[in-house]
Design a protein around this ligand. Structure first.
Ligand code: NBY
Length: 818
C-alpha cells in the first residue's frame, strides 16, 4: 500500500501563493494578476480545501483499512458559521497563509470576512452539533455528521423602524468552495403510497409501493481536527430530480405537470425550519426528517455491507447519535430496511436496532416534544407506521405484565397518544428504542429523570445519562480571540490547552500578577475597540470603550428574559434622569448590547425587539444621559457576530427563569474569554459557578426547585415599586408605541400571571447588577476575576463532552494515523 501523507501539498509561502493564484486562474477563471477580495477569498478557500481533501482521503483510507466502529451524528441542524479561519487554524497554517496573502497584497483578516456564514441551524442545538464535529475530528474519533444541505439557512434579520424583518438567506448564491458534490452518491427516498401484505415461503412479507420518490445527493464538507491529520466528513443531503419520470405521458399537459410536481418534491431540502418553541406538525418538516434519515441509513448500510456479509456485527460497527428526536423516525426506517430489504426477522431486527441508537434531549417544555398526527404518518409513511404500531404493541404487552391494569400509566407510556385525534409521540418512541438518552446539563438531567421522562426513568434508570454540553476552544478562543489566546499560551508556556482545556487552570497561579492583569486588560480593550468600530458602522453611535460592555446575545424568547434586561435598563435610565449632577459622576458608564432573532411567528418576542429599539432611541439621544448609558441592538446575530462580540464583552447576561434553559452554551463561550456572567441559577450557569466559584460570578434569584411554588403564589404577588414604575412608563407611552407594547406588559402584570417571574426576580437582579457596578470600578479585582473566569473553564470544552459520549454511550476508540 502506498505510504500515507508523502504527497501532501507544501505549506511554504511560495507553494501556498502558487496554489492560490492557480485557483484564481483555473478554478475561477480570473486573471492571475487581478482579483478582488472576494475572489481572493474564494481562491484561498479552494487552496485550503485542497489540503483538507488530502487529509480527508487519507483518513478515509485508514478507516477503510481498519474498519473501526463508527459514530454517525444525525442532526437536522449544523450551525457551522464560517470555515476559512477555522480550517487554517486547525491544520496549523494560519501564519503561512497570512504571509503568503500579504505578499500577494491581501489581508487574511479581510478575506475571512468575505465568507457567508453557513447558518444551517437555529441556535444552541445546531451550534452544539458543529462544536461536536470539531471535537470528534480533533480527538481522532471515527465519526461522520449527517445533515441537510438547506438552500435557505436561518433567515437574515434586518430592522426597519425598530421592527424585525425576515429575509431569505440564500447563502449559496456565490457558491460554496468547501463542499464536494458526490454526483454518484445518491439514494432514493420514498414517500406515500400503499403497503401490500403477501405470503412468501410461509412468511408474511410487506411490499411498500411508494407514491413519490425523491433522490438524495451527497455533498461532503471536510472537517479538519486540530493538531491531527484526521479530517472527518459532514455529509449533507440535497434533494435532486430522480432520473426517470414515473409516468406515461398522454399529453403535453401530463408531461409538464409531472415535471413540475417533481420540482416540488425537490423543495424538501430547500429551507431550514425556524424553531417556533412549540412543535408544529408540518408535513414538510416530517418529510425533511425522513429524507435525512433514510438517505443516511442507506449510506451507512451500504458502507457496512462493503465489509460484512451479514448484520451480526452491525452494533459493533455502528453507533447513531440523534440530536434530539428530530431524526427518530430512523428507528422505523432501520427496522424497515432490516425486515423488508435484508429479510431479517423481527426479533433480530429489533435487537440490532435497539443497540445502535441513542438520543439527546434538549428540551424542557413538554410542548416542545415532537408529536406527529397519526393520519399524517399513515399517509406519508404507511410502512413505518405499521412498524411503529408493532413496536408499541410489544412494548405495551411488556408493560401490562409489569403494571397490570394501571391504565393511566399505560396510556402515558404508549407511543400512540389516544384521543379524538391520535398522535405518535416521538419521544416515547425514542425512549423505547434507544439504548441511552442523555440530558445536556446536571440540572436538565435531574429534570428529565424526575419529571419529563419520569415514567421511563422509573422503569429503565440504566438508560439515562448526563452529558453536560461544551464548546470548542478552537473556534471560540483561538480563532475569535487570537490575542488573548497568544497571551494564555505565553503565560502557560504551552499551547497544549488548545487540546486539553483543563490546563487553563494554570492561569490561577498568575491571576493576581500585575503584569498578566495589565496585558490581559489591554487585549480585552483592543477587542472592545474593534466592536466599538463595528457599532459605529452599523448604527452611527460612538460608544465609550472604557464603559462596561454589557451583552445579551441569543435567540429572543420570553423564557430567556431579554425583557427583564430591558426593564433593568429603563430603571437605570430613570435613576440617572432623577440624579443630581454630583451623583451622576458616580454612575459606572455602560454600553448595553443586545442581539438575537425572534421566531417569525412569535409576537411577544418581536415586541421585545421593538421595545429595545424604542428604549434605545430615547436614551441614546438624551443629553442628560450622555455616555453613562447606551443601548445598542446588533442586527442579524449569527455565529460570526458572536465571534466579534464575545471577546469584547465585560459582562454577559443569561437570565432564563430557573428551570427553563436545558443547558445554555453561550455562557461558556463568554466565560472562557474572560467575560463575567450575570445569570440565574439555571442550566449550565450553575455548573459554571461550581467551577469558577461564586465570587467570580453574579448569580441571582431562586433555584429551579423553588419555581413551582413561586408560580402558585403569583396571584397574591405584588412586584416592587421600581418594577411597577417601569412597566407604567412603557404602558404610558414614554417610549412611544404604547398600544403595541400592551400585550407584552400584560404578560407580567395585571391580566398576566408573569409566568416567567420577572417581577419576582427583579429586586435580586438589581442587586446583582449593583454588585457588578461595584466590582467594575475596582480595576485590579476585575482583571483578576476575568482571568479566574477563563482559568475555571477547563470543563466546558466539547472535547470533554465528546470523550464522555465516546466512552459511556458509543463505546468507540480513537483511531489516529501517525
Ligand atoms: O439546545 C437548545 C437549548 O435551549 C439549550 O439550553 C441547549 O444548550 C442547547 C444545546 O443542548 N435547544 C435548541 O437550540 N433547540 C432548537 O434549536 C430547536 C430547533 C428546532 C426545533 C426545536 C428546537 N424544532 O422543533 O424544529
Amino acid at each position: 500500500m502506498y505510504k500515507l501523507m508523502d504527497q501532501y501539498l507544501k505549506n511554504d509561502t511560495f507553494s501556498i501563493q502558487k496554489n492560490i493564484v492557480d485557483h484564481s486562474e483555473y478554478t475561477l477563471a480570473r486573471s492571475r494578476f487581478r482579483f478582488d477580495d472576494f475572489e481572493a477569498y474564494q481562491a484561498t478557500a479552494y487552496s485550503v480545501r485542497d489540503r483538507l481533501i488530502e487529509r480527508w482521503n487519507d483518513t478515509h483510507s485508514l478507516m477503510r483499512e481498519k474498519d473501526p466502529k463508527r459514530i454517525y451524528y444525525l442532526s437536522m441542524e449544523f450551525l457551522m458559521g464560517r470555515s476559512l479561519l477555522n480550517s487554517i487554524v486547525n491544520i496549523g497554517v494560519k501564519g503561512q497563509y497570512a504571509d503568503a496573502l500579504k505578499q500577494l497584497g491581501f489581508d487574511l483578516e479581510i478575506l475571512v470576512e468575505q465568507e457567508r456564514d453557513a447558518a444551517l441551524g437555529n441556535g444552541g442545538l445546531g451550534r452544539l452539533a458543529a462544536c461536536f464535529l470539531d471535537s470528534l475530528a480533533t480527538l481522532d474519533y471515527p465519526a461522520w455528521g449527517y445533515g441537510l444541505r438547506y438552500e435557505y439557512g436561518m433567515f437574515r434579520q434586518t430592522i426597519q423602524d425598530g421592527f424585525q424583518l425576515e429575509h431569505p438567506d440564500y447563502w449559496l448564491n456565490f457558491g460554496n468552495p468547501w463542499e464536494i458534490q458526490r454526483v454518484h452518491t445518491t439514494y432514493p427516498v420514498k414517500f406515500y403510497g400503499h403497503v401490500d401484505e403477501i405470503q412468501e415461503n410461509n412468511k408474511k412479507t410487506y411490499i411498500w409501493t411508494p407514491g413519490e420518490t425523491v433522490e438524495a445527493v451527497a455533498y461532503d464538507n471536510p472537517i479538519p481536527g486540530y493538531g491531527t491529520k484526521n479530517t472527518i466528513n459532514l455529509r449533507l443531503w440535497a434533494a435532486k430530480p430522480s432520473g426517470e419520470l414515473e409516468l406515461d405521458s398522454f399529453s403535453t399537459g401530463d408531461y409538464v405537470n409531472a415535471v413540475l410536481s417533481k420540482q416540488r418534491a425537490e423543495t424538501i431540502s430547500s429551507i431550514l425550519y425556524p424553531d417556533d418553541r412549540t412543535y408544529q406538525g408540518k408535513e414538510l418538516r416530517l418529510k425533511q426528517q425522513v429524507f435525512l434519515v433514510s438517505a443516511s441509513l442507506q449510506d451507512v448500510v451500504r458502507r457496512y455491507k462493503d465489509f460484512h456479509s451479514d448484520f451480526a456485527a452491525f452494533p459493533q460497527k455502528v453507533a447513531f447519535q440523534l440530536n434530539d428526536t428530530h431524526p427518530i423516525i430512523g428507528v422505523a426506517e432501520l427496522m424497515r430496511i432490516l425486515l423488508d430489504e435484508e429479510k431479517l426477522d423481527w426479533v433480530k431486527s429489533w435487537e440490532i436496532t435497539t443497540k445502535v441508537f441513542s438520543f439527546t434531549n434538549h428540551a424542557i417544555l413538554p410542548e416542545a416534544l415532537e408529536k406527529w398526527p397519526l393520519e399524517l404518518l399513515e399517509n406519508l409513511l404507511p410502512r413505518h407506521l405499521q412498524i411503529i404500531y408493532r413496536i408499541n404493541f410489544y412494548f405495551m404487552e411488556e408493560m401490562k405484565k409489569k403494571f397490570g391494569d394501571d391504565l393511566v400509566r399505560l396510556s402515558r407510556l404508549s407511543i400512540i397518544e389516544e384521543g379524538e385525534k391520535k398522535n405518535v409521540r416521538m419521544a416515547n418512541l425514542a425512549l423505547v428504542s434507544c439504548h441511552t438518552v442523555n440530558g445536556v446539563s446536571k440540572s436538565h438531567f435531574e429534570f428529565i429523570k424526575s419529571s419529563l421522562f419520569k415514567d421511563f426513568h422509573d422503569m429503565w434508570p440504566h438508560k439515562f445519562q448526563c452529558k453536560t454540553n461544551g464548546v470548542t476552544q478552537r473556534r471560540w478562543m483561538a480563532c475569535s480571540n487570537p490575542d488573548l489566546s497568544q497571551l494564555i499560551t505565553k503565560w502557560l508556556g504551552t499551547e497544549a490547552w488548545l487540546k486539553e482545556l483543563d490546563l487553563l487552570l494554570g492561569l490561577r497561579l498568575h491571576a493576581n500578577d500585575y503584569n498578566l492583569q495589565e496585558q490581559w486588560m489591554k487585549v480585552r480593550r483592543s477587542n472592545k475597540s474593534r466592536l466599538a468600530a463595528y457599532i459605529q458602522i452599523i448604527s452611527g453611535a460612538k460608544v465609550n470603550v472604557d464603559a462596561m460592555f454589557d451583552v445579551q446575545i441569543k435567540r429572543i424568547h420570553e423564557y430567556k428574559r431579554q425583557f427583564l434586561n430591558v426593564i433593568g435598563i429603563i430603571h437605570r435610565y430613570d435613576c440617572i434622569k432623577n440624579m443630581t449632577a454630583e451623583d451622576r459622576k458616580k454612575v459606572v458608564p455602560r454600553v448595553c448590547i443586545l442581539g438575537g432573532k425572534a421566531p417569525p411567528g412569535y409576537e411577544n418576542a418581536k415586541r421585545i425587539i421593538k421595545l429595545i429599539h424604542a428604549v434605545g432611541d430615547k436614551l441614546n439621544n438624551d443629553p442628560d444621559v450622555g455616555d453613562l448609558l447606551k443601548l445598542i441592538f446588533i442586527p442579524d446575530y449569527n455565529v460570526s457576530m458572536a465571534e466579534l462580540v464575545i471577546p469584547a464583552s465585560d459582562i454577559s447576561q443569561h437570565l432564563s427563569t430557573a428551570g427553563s434553559e436545558a443547558c445554555g452554551t453561550g455562557n461558556m463561550k463568554f466565560a472562557m474569554n474572560g467575560c463575567l456572567i450575570v445569570g440565574t441559577k439555571d442550566g449550565s450557569n450553575v455548573e459554571i459557578q461550581e467551577e469558577l466559584g461564586s465570587e467570580n460570578m453574579f448569580l441571582f434569584g431562586p433555584s429551579a426547585e423553588d419555581i413551582p411554588e413561586l408560580r402558585t403564589e403569583q396571584k397574591d404577588f405584588q412586584p416592587v415599586l421600581e418594577f411597577r414604575r417601569v412597566v407604567g412608563m412603557i404602558r404610558k407611552g414614554v417610549f412611544g408605541n404604547a398600544e403595541y407594547f400592551q400585550p407584552l406588559c400584560d404578560t407580567i402584570d395585571g391580566a398576566g400571571d408573569d409566568y416567567y417571574l420577572l417581577g419576582h426576580d427583579f429586586p435580586s437582579y438589581l442587586e446583582a447588577q449593583a454588585a457588578v457596578d461595584k466590582a467594575f470600578v475596582d480595576k485590579k479585582r476585575w482583571a483578576e476575576m476575568s482571568i479566574l473566569s477563563t482559568a475555571g473553564c477547563g470543563q466546558f470544552s466539547t472535547d470533554r463532552t465528546i470523550r464522555e459520549y465516546a466512552e459511556e454511550i458509543w463505546n468507540v476508540e480513537p483511531l489516529r494515523h501517525s
